[in-house]
Design a protein around this ligand. Sequence first.
Ligand code: CA
Length: 231
Amino acid sequence: MAKVLIVEDDSTIRTSVVRALSERGHVVTSSATAMEGLKLAVAEKPDVILLDLGLPDLDGREMLRMLRAVSQVPVIVVTARRTEDEIVRALDAGADDYVVKPYGASQIDARIRAILRRSGAPDEPRDAAVTVGGLRIDPRSRVASVDGEPLDLTPREFELLHYLAVRAGEVVSKRELLTEVWQVPYTGVDKTVDVHLSWLRRKLGETAQEPRYLYTVRRVGVRLVDPDGRS
Ligand code: CA
């Protein structure tokens, strides 16, 4: 759930996006002009702004420059102009992402979620150290240890372990790991996750046959558990 501000002068599009995102649980405000959008951006402090480039009073890129002087709120630029040059200019002006019209509500929703993950959504205390059994992972110092012994992990192994530890006890699918940790789409044949899991197991001093922390759930994914049974 996010507070979303939509700046779009086309009332048909605006109404349908407001409705679609509200149905997905977001709190949505909207404006039909750049100047009002700027005012709302300051007054309402949205988590993310969806900004149309073709606005009646100001070009969306102009508004973005003005906005950037006062706020670092993530902005997804919405454009009917699909040339690379236009997209590059929008990103250069301070946009975090863009979508090309016409677009579906699910795509916008997915991009909003992705942006909030990157910007550190308030409901994810991502900086707090995580402890599961003898495993301790501190994202601030990027130090992981098991039973007090530091683990020598690659950045990706660290991310993977942290992601699983935050969700200790839950089965996490390989699809989710690929999208969230590697940020690549899942094709169904990818062995990346398996390979990293096996490296991680070796460093944790366990095997798939005799797991302590990392349990494979066949055809579903993997679950990190407290070997002492407290999670
Ligand atoms: Ca427009």
